[in-house]
Ligand binder design. Structure first.
Ligand code: LLP
Length: 410
């Protein structure tokens, strides 16, 4: 979103016009921004054989998946439904990595039957897998690297007490199951967390992968997970992807020499690819002053964007209806019957009833974590591509709230 001639625009389209055309609340995604993030990642890792496996959970509209497929990405899926969504969007099973956690073995069998590779994250599952498939189906193993990193505790998943992955300290146990069933391990994986800034964290993960990889003879790839931090606040430092690319690629090339084979280097970014592309456009319903604050009450809330409530996440807010007025301090709050604060004490140009507020960084984990709480409808999604706007999901209707409810006639 850029301010051009005193109007906020996305690819030349006025944001306020998008809000009146589609009504608020509405999620809007800048498809060109997504494509430029893919390019940036490809550039940063141009000296190695990079495969991008977009973390579907971040934003799973089929059109976004198709866009990423066109740009050369595969996907990482975390549920059988995401696997099916990926296939619906046109991904070959071979482009899909299935990284389940605590799912039933039946679900894994279903994914295998669809031809998708499984990233196994616990030893009992490795044994079930060996029992059922032996060496007939190649697999990846998710290691828990015991690295504490990430923006906050809820999204730090590679530490020693995390439910994810198989502890690197259990490598011996892994190897004995692999040997027992003659498993065909073609990939190793780590994912330490989300909102990671430092190249050093990825290098630490790399070292753990390299050390473990020496124990496996038939690897084709190493998967470094996702987690690149993007800028949320003005002046926030984002991951220097070129720096990470340079350092991780250099270490990777060295390792491939030692390993004696050119491996593929996989990443599974979510936020990096889609966070900044997205805006949740909402309308100021009420401007309410208390002795302490001025609240802007909007036609949305934690039901549409739960990140501020769930992670204390910061999302920039902009009054796109007023680009010239005086600035005041506001707290933007939702219409949900909870204290659903979206933004606290932020400077915005004078807000009047009916103004459109753009909530930034709404591409990743925005719509995909939305709900019908308070029996509210989920918003539509709009994709801007080549300077044109496309409705890619309709606004829900009251029928959607009733759908699946069974009226037993009492
Ligand atoms: N790979 C695996 C195995 C993951 O668990 C995740 C995220 C990713 C890749 C992508 O991470 P990203 O590049 O998006 O940071 N809902 C939270 C983030 C949870 C991420 C869960 N796993 C949030 O809104 O901050």
């Amino acid at each position: 979103m850029e301010l051009i001639n005193q109007t906020y625009q996305i690819q030349g389209l006025e944001v306020t016009e998008l809000a009146s055309k589609y009504q608020t609340p509405v999620y809007v995604y800048d498809g060109e921004k997504i494509l430029s993030q893919v390019k940036l990642l490809q550039e940063a890792f141009s000296s190695v054989n990079l495969k991008i496996k977009y973390a579907t959970k971040a934003l799973s509209n089929i059109n976004i998946l198709k866009l990423l497929k066109k740009a050369g990405s595969g996907i990482d899926a975390v549920s059988i439904e995401e696997v099916k969504l990926g296939m619906y969007a046109g991904f070959e099973p071979s482009d899909i990595m299935y990284t389940p956690n605590c799912v039933s073995f039946e679900e894994i069998q279903e994914a295998v039957s669809l031809g998708v590779m499984i990233n196994i994250d616990n030893i009992p599952m490795l044994e079930h897998f060996g029992n059922s498939y032996g060496n007939t189906v190649p697999i990846c193993i998710r290691l828990n690297p015991h690295i504490m990193a990430g923006g906050n505790a809820k999204i730090s998943v590679g530490h020693i007490d995390s439910k994810f992955g198989i502890s690197i300290l259990q490598l011996k146990n892994i190897l004995s199951v692999v040997e027992q069933y003659n498993l065909n391990v073609i990939g190793l994986h780590v994912h330490t967390g989300s909102d990671i800034l430092e190249a050093e964290v990825f290098l630490k993960g790399a070292k753990i992968l390299f050390d473990a990889a020496r124990e496996f003879n038939d690897l084709k790839f190493l998967d470094f997970g996702g987690g690149f931090k993007v800028a949320y606040k003005e002046g926030d430092i984002a991951t220097d992807i070129m720096d990470i690319g340079k350092k991780v690629s250099a270490a990777f090339v060295e390792f491939c020499k030692v390993y004696g084979r050119d491996l593929e280097l996989w990443f599974e970014p979510g936020k990096f690819l889609v966070s900044e592309s997205g805006y949740l456009l909402v309308k100021a319903n009420v401007i309410k002053s208390t002795p302490v604050s001025t609240f802007v009450g909007v036609d949305s809330g934690l039901n549409h964007l739960i990140r501020p409530m769930m992670y204390d996440a910061y999302h920039g807010v902009v009054n796109v209806s007023n680009t010239t007025g005086d600035q005041h301090i506001y707290s933007v709050v939702g219409y949900i019957c909870e204290t659903d604060t979206i933004a606290t004490d932020r400077k915005m140009n004078d807000v009047k009833e009916g103004d459109t507020i753009a909530i930034k960084n709404a591409g990743a984990y925005g719509f995909s974590m939305s709900s019908n709480y308070n029996s509210r409808l989920r918003p539509p999604e709009v994709l801007i591509l080549g300077g044109k706007d496309y409705l890619i999901r309709e606004r829900e209707t009251f029928d959607d709230i009733l759908k699946n409810q069974v009226d037993i006639g009492i």
